[in-house]
Design a protein around this ligand. Structure first.
Ligand code: ADE
Ligand code: ZN
Length: 336
């Protein structure tokens, strides 16, 4: 098995579903809390890590937003992004599409410019120093109002050139995409691409709505798609990618065991699914760990792993020429 694990580690990869606020390892959280004079509820990084046991999505989100409160200044956003990029390098990630949640910070009085400024400066450094290319996705929090989303979209205008797409995340149940149709229409009018978390713990209807009303180019998670065979057909025919996050799904008890993950069935039924880490500092697994976990539990072959990796590059928001160059690197690495 370790041969397959080494094969996974050596493959050049893309990551398309990663929340930058989900990359604050407990040690870094303590460091930032101390630097900013913030007292955390836990006495040590280890005790904080031990508290990362979640019964469901909301359980996790409560801790995730509490953790985000250590972020106050531009440098803080730089530091968490840089920490992720070093992990990305370790995981042989050549291209990443990073999501950020501005409302989690502007609601605490942190300026939008500090949030995006720090993230973007680190991403540019990551490109120049580590050779990792990137896109940035502004995610709206769906537990807040569409009106709040419009305010955030307005704040993004001076930085529009830095942002490729808008997304939708946070608590899914009872916050259907329908609530954000006008907001996404406006974002599309402004030239943004769109993605949306849908079918993470919500029903297939939310995936339909993300496609029909939000015009999502990709669905984040999309676990429940498999329950609706018409939806499976549409995702396959229109080549709409699902950005799957297996360890996240397991840690949030959306599946009982990794062997129950729908990833292989999605692949077999023709969906362009890919593998991602979501919030690795909270779920205890970066991208290679996610690949290894599903490869082991679902008995994936080398070909299936290469297929998943190619799906990531193909589903990314880079140009066709860039995709071809990355896919050639995957081909070369998978020949060994
Ligand atoms: N924000 C960060 N991680 C998330 C997840 N897994 N689902 C919804 N919102 C999120
Ligand atoms: Zn996510």
């Amino acid at each position: 098995m370790t041969v397959l694990h080494d094969f996974i580690r050596a493959l050049p990869k893309a990551e398309l579903h990663i929340h930058i606020e989900g990359c604050i390892e407990p040690e870094l959280m303590f460091h930032l809390a101390e630097r900013n004079g913030i007292k955390l509820k836990y006495p040590s990084a280890d005790s904080l890590r031990n508290a990362y046991r979640f019964e469901n999505l909301q359980d996790f989100l409560d801790i995730y937003y509490a953790g985000s409160s250590v972020l106050l200044y531009e440098q803080d956003f730089y530091d968490i992004t840089w920490a992720y990029l070093l992990k990305a390098q370790e995981n042989n990630i050549l291209h990443t599409e990073v999501m950020f949640d501005p409302q989690a910070h502007t609601s605490r009085g942190v300026p939008f410019s500090a949030v995006i400024g720090g993230i973007y400066r680190a991403l540019v450094d990551g490109y120049e120093k580590l050779g990792i290319s990137f896109r940035l996705i502004l995610s709206f929090l769906r537990h807040l109002s569409a009106e709040d989303g419009f305010k955030t979209l307005e704040e993004a205008v001076p930085f529009q050139g830095w942002i490729t797409a808008v997304g939708l995340d946070s608590s899914e149940k009872n916050f259907p995409p329908d609530l954000f149709a006008d907001l996404f229409e406006k974002a599309i009018e402004m030239g943004f691409l769109t993605v949306a978390h849908a079918g993470e713990d919500g029903p297939p209807e939310y995936i339909w709505a993300a496609l029909d009303l939000l015009k999502a180019s990709r669905i984040d998670h999309g676990n429940s798609a498999i329950q609706d065979s018409d939806l499976v057909d549409v995702l396959g025919i229109y080549e709409i990618p699902l950005t799957s996050c297996p360890i996240s799904n397991l840690k949030l008890k959306l599946i009982q065991s990794m062997a129950d993950h729908p990833l292989k069935e999605m692949l077999d039924r023709g969906i362009k699914v890919n593998v991602n880490s979501d919030d690795p500092a909270y779920f205890g697994g970066y991208l290679n760990d996610n690949f290894i976990a599903v490869a082991d539990a679902l008995n994936l072959s080398k070909d299936e792993i290469v297929h998943l990796v190619k799906n990531s590059f193909e589903a990314s928001f880079i140009t066709d020429g860039e995709k071809r160059a990355f896919l050639k690197k995957v081909e070369e690495a998978s020949c060994y």
